[in-house]
Design a binder for this molecule. Structure first.
Ligand code: ADP
Ligand code: MG
Length: 681
């Protein structure tokens, strides 16, 4: 049973304590019970001082034989603690008068702390000390140490958690036969063990979270996640969407007009999408494929299938540049089919915007292309059958949700060029179906990547100079600095000035986020037409831009950029037939993380592999941008390590929804009931 916090701390509990509990995510007694230790202290036995080992944690008992405050090298309290076997030094840099009193010569104490080799031999810095008499009993269980927040003491947490453990009944939510088949420990036993582990428990398996008790908790968490997403998935099957038959008269025309034939992977993914669109419930499919794998054309086929059936399609891209590029590219393909898309972006003039809105609202356009402006409230689609979201990871959950609410219940196709590793997708996108384009169009030569120290810029300039004179084109990318647009602008302007001077016989141009739309378009068009040799750009060109003749890219301060971003940027080249080169300029000193990233991007070209290693490096939260987007993260399980558990939870979730619905409900109730968003992400 759940109780609110006010029931928990009746009467006298100061609201300030309640606030601190809330800060830890503890809102009720079940949350308290699930507030699990991050580590343990062992006060169940005493070590002999002569046997202390450097680098280990130890609990010793003895008499204080020396206690002095010294001022050099800095104020500290130095004590010596002696037992029958030897002496250890205790050192305190901050201390209170009460502590000084507790540690007076002749006092008998137990000290718990990390053993280090100090100036005078073995020492403990800031050990936890307890005054004892000979008969003071030892603890019966390992002492849990809980994650906490400033001003909330371990003892307070400990007291409330123990009370909750005594009060609430931890019923079993898993059916018995599942438990024994999966060889999982019971829920209540696991929780009790983790809070009060018996002295003989292997501490390493507790801290490493591989103890069977931990396995059970992690399994439950993963199971809840899988259940809630599967429930959501099933609910979708009960909602209505237009059936969009693969009539084929438009899609076939497009395929005939294409200058290339689809890769097998493109054909297969389109078939999956096409089949979904024919169903009477809304599709929610994620189309994954590495940079340059040709997702746009697959999306366009899907759009045409909707249009064939008399429905409208909305295509949304995260940046104006990308949206506009889609617009132009699709116009080229669609005009011959008699389709004229509408263009809608935040930077349109009022009158143009109104025209576009009218065109959409009157059903005068079958395809609307734009940025998120497309989904603001005043945009009304009378007949929306399909929404396509490009680079979906750039949009928040809120935006994805608001899409669903436009014009009834359209189908949804999301595209992601930051491949999501399998385990991540399995864990966080279980409410979606996923199609993967797992091959690149033929004839691409992999990009060569070089890591170059910033002090070799001159050589880089010369290289670009030669390449451009022989007809190639290049990008020069400046990073976002310290998250500041102003600094970014300044750098990009300075770099531009510098490169114009350094390369007087090349045509050097500039594009950045602060340019107005017309100038961005002008810059991009000139580059596309081959009129510009070298384009200095901020990361605005990160996603989707497609200029096949560009074969060199220099990325400044590559050490500051994330892997996904580097991979995306690099994906802008290697699109034509010339051998492409990506030069990552870096400055020292390199942090360990930066070094790891550069190594990964240097060694790998496959976006899925890069994403997998990125996941190991940063964890799922960062990779999904969950902080901004509000995806509830797993607290206990770690999908990079608990892959087998995740797999198992996934299978069991389906089994429970079929055969053990009551238990499934109880399990969800326990884990998810106050986190509604779990269900709706
Ligand atoms: P992404 O998956 O990164 O969005 P795009 O859809 O922009 O990739 O496609 C990248 C480039 O490859 C485009 O110029 C596109 O016209 C081209 N392309 C797509 N499919 C094929 C194919 N089957 N054969 C040859 N070129 C293709
Ligand atoms: Mg794309």
């Amino acid at each position: 049973m759940k109780c609110s916090l006010s029931n928990l701390f009746p009467g006298s509990t100061p609201s300030i304590t309640l606030a601190k509990f809330k800060k830890l995510g503890i809102h009720n007694r079940f949350d308290l019970v699930l507030h699990l230790p991050s580590r343990y202290e062992d006060e169940t036995r005493i070590s002999q001082i002569s046997e202390l080992k450097q680098g280990t944690s130890a609990h010793v008992e003895g008499t204080i034989i020396y206690s002095e405050v010294t001022f050099r090298p800095r104020l500290s309290l130095i004590c010596q603690l002696q037992d029958h076997s030897g002496i250890v030094h205790l050192r305190f840099l901050n201390f209170y008068p009460t502590q000084q009193k507790q540690l007076k010569v002749g006092q008998r104490i137990r000290a718990l702390g990390e053993v280090r080799a100090g100036y005078w031999g073995m020492e403990m810095v800031h050990p936890k000390c307890r005054s004892v008499v000979n008969s003071t009993p030892l603890k019966q269980t390992l002492t849990p140490v809980y994650p906490t927040t400033a001003g909330l003491q371990q003892t307070t947490l400990h007291r409330h958690i123990q009370a909750a453990l005594n009060d609430i009944e931890l019923s079993e939510t898993l059916p018995k036969n599942l438990l024994s088949r999966l060889k999982l420990s019971g829920f209540a036993d696991s929780i009790h063990l983790l809070h009060n582990p018996p002295p003989d428990t292997d501490k390493d398996t507790l801290i490493g979270r591989i103890h069977p008790a931990w396995q059970r908790i992690k399994f439950d968490e993963l199971l809840a996640q899988q259940l809630s997403m599967r429930v959501h998935y099933r609910q979708r099957l009960n909602r209505n969407a237009p059936r969009l038959k693969a009539l084929g008269h438009l899609t076939r025309q497009l395929l005939r007009a294409l200058p290339f034939s689809l890769t097998t992977a493109q054909q297969n993914t389109y078939l999956e999408i096409s089949h979904d669109l024919e169903q009477p419930y809304p599709m929610q499919r994620l189309l994954q494929g590495d940079v340059g794998s040709g997702k746009t054309i697959v999306a366009l086929l899907a759009a045409l299938q909707a249009i064939e059936n008399g429905y409208q399609v909305a295509l949304m891209a995260p940046t104006e540049i990308l949206a506009e590029q889609h617009y132009h590219k699709l116009c080229n393909w669609l005009f011959p089919l008699g389709i004229s898309p509408a263009w809608l972006s935040g930077s349109l003039r009022k009158k143009e915007k109104q025209e576009a809105l009218n065109k959409i609202a009157q059903g005068g356009t079958q395809l609307a292309i734009g940025t998120h402006a497309l989904f603001q409230n005043q945009v009304l689609f009378p007949n929306l059958g399909l929404i396509i979201v490009d680079e979906q990871h750039k949009f928040g959950v809120q935006q994805r949700l608001s899409l669903r609410n436009k014009g009834g219940e359209p189908h949804q196709l999301m595209m992601s060029a930051t491949p999501i590793p399998r385990t991540l997708a399995m864990s966080y996108y279980t409410d979606l179906d996923i199609s993967v384009i797992d091959e690149l169009p033929p004839g691409r030569t992999p990009v060569i990547t070089k890591l170059v120290h910033d002090n070799r810029r001159d050589e880089v300039l010369e290289r670009i100079h030669q390449a451009c004179l022989s007809g190639q084109q290049a990008y020069w990318i400046c990073p976002l600095i310290d998250g500041s647009d102003t600094l970014e602008l300044q750098t990009v302007l300075e770099t531009h000035q510098h490169l114009v001077q350094a390369l007087p016989d090349l045509r050097v141009d500039l594009i950045h986020g602060k340019l107005d739309a017309a100038n961005k378009t002008r810059s991009m068009t000139a580059f596309k037409m081959g009129e510009t040799h070298l384009l200095i750009a901020t990361t605005v060109i990160e996603v989707g831009v497609d200029v096949p003749n560009a074969s060199i890219m220099v990325i400044e301060h590559a050490e500051r950029m994330g892997l996904a971003q580097l991979h995306q940027l690099r994906g802008r080249i290697g699109r034509g037939t010339t051998q492409s080169l990506c030069i990552l300029l870096f400055q020292e000193p390199l942090s360990e993380l930066a070094r790891a990233r550069l190594k990964i991007i240097y060694e790998n070209t496959d976006g899925f592999e890069i994403a997998r290693q990125d996941l190991n490096l940063r964890g799922p939260g960062e990779l999904l941008g969950a902080r901004q987007h509000g995806i509830p993260m797993l607290r206990f399980a770690d999908i990079t390590q608990d892959t087998a558990l995740l797999q198992c939870a996934r299978t069991i979730a389906d089994e429970m929804l079929c055969n053990f619905q009551q238990e499934a409900r109880a399990h969800l109730q326990r884990w998810v009931s106050n986190k509604q968003d779990y269900l709706y992400v």
